[in-house]
Design a protein around this ligand. Sequence first.
Ligand SMILES: *Cc1c(COP(=O)(O)O)cnc(C)c1O
Length: 379
Amino acid sequence: MKLATKLIHAGIEPDPSTGSIMTPIYQTSTYVQSAPGHHKGYEYARSQNPTRHTLEKAMAEIENGKYGLVFSSGVAATDAVIKLLEPGDEVIAGNDMYGGTFRLFNKVFAKFGIKFHYVDMTRLENISALINSNTKLIWVETPTNPLMNISDIEATAALAKQHHILLCVDNTFASPYLQNPLDMGADIVLHSATKYIGGHSDVIQGSLVLNDAALRDQLYFIQKSCGAVPGPQDCFLVLRGIKTLHIRMDRHCENGEKIAHYLRNHPKVGKVYWCGFEDHPNYDIAKKQMRGFTGMMSFELKDTSMEAAMKVLSSTKVFALAESLGGVESLINHPASMTHASIPRDERIKNGLNDYLIRLSVGIEDADDLISDLEQAIG
Ligand SMILES: *Cc1c(COP(=O)(O)O)cnc(C)c1O
C-alpha cells in the first residue's frame, strides 16, 4: 500500500461492538472479567487500552515497522529507551539536538551511572572514535534541532550493527512522510508526536517504532512498569492527525522552500539553515534519505545584536512566538532562551547555536502572508 493510503487506513478497523468507523475513545481504567483471569485481552488501562492499541498499530505501519509503543510525551519515549541501559553503559549522541533530550540525559540519567558523549554526527569518524565495549546506544537526531544538520542514517546504522550497538533515530523533524529510519537499518525510531504527527498543537505525545520482538517486549515492560502512557483522548487526536500528515507535510515543505529562499535573498539576513539548499553541507545525504525538506529552518540577521533579533521575534503577527513546532500554524522561536535554554551557553555556542539565532516552524498558511509578515518584522 502507498503511504497516502496507509496514513488514512493504517491500524484502523471499524469498532467491533458498533461498527463505528472512527476508533472510539475508550475512556476506562479497567475491564470486567467473566471469571478471574478470563478477559478479552484487556485487564487494566496502564497495560492495555484499545484506542492506544489502534494508534500503536497505525504508528508501526506508517514507519514501516512491526511494533509501535506510544507514550505520554516524546521525552517519556526517550526515557523508556534509556531505561534499557545499565550503569556503566555509554551512549553516543549528537551535539546539536533537542534541549529536552540533552537535559534528560545529563540531569537525570547521568547520575545513575550512564555516560553520554556528544559529537558532531555529520562525521561518522567522530562516532567511531568514541566506540568502546561499554557503548550500548547511538542516538541520532536528523535533521537536527535547530541547526538542520543532517547525518547519514544508513552509514551510522552499518557502523552500529558492526559493533552490536543499538541505533535510535529521533525522526520528529522529518516525520514518517519524509524519512523512514527503520528502512535504513535503525533499530528504534522515536517521534515527538506532539509535532508534525499530531500536527495541530493540541496534544503532547511520543512514540517508538521498531522491528525486534524481544526489544519490543523490553520496552513494553518499561512502558507499563513506569507508567508514562498517554490517555485515550490524546491517542484519538493523534490518530486524527495522522490522516492528514501527507497533505500537511506537502504544504509545510512547499512553504518552507519559499521562505528559505526569501530569507536567503533578504539583504538584512545572514546565515539561513535549511536542509533543502543545494549548497547545504549535507545536501547529498538529505536528498538520499529524505523525500522533502520540511518547514523547519533557522536564520541569523546580519546585525548580530540581541536587540535586532529580539525586534524580529516580537514583531511578527502571523508567526506566533512560541516553543514547539510542526503544527498547522507558523511559529517563531528563540532557541537560546526558549527551546534550548537547558543547554549551557558555552556548550551551545561551541556547537554553533548563537544567542541571536531565530528558528521558524513554517505552517500551512498562505506563503505570501507568511512572507509579508517576515518582511514587516525584519524591516
Ligand atoms: C519536542 C521534541 C522532543 C520531545 O517531545 P515532547 O513531546 O515535547 O516530550 C524530542 N525530540 C525532538 C526533536 C523534539 O522536537
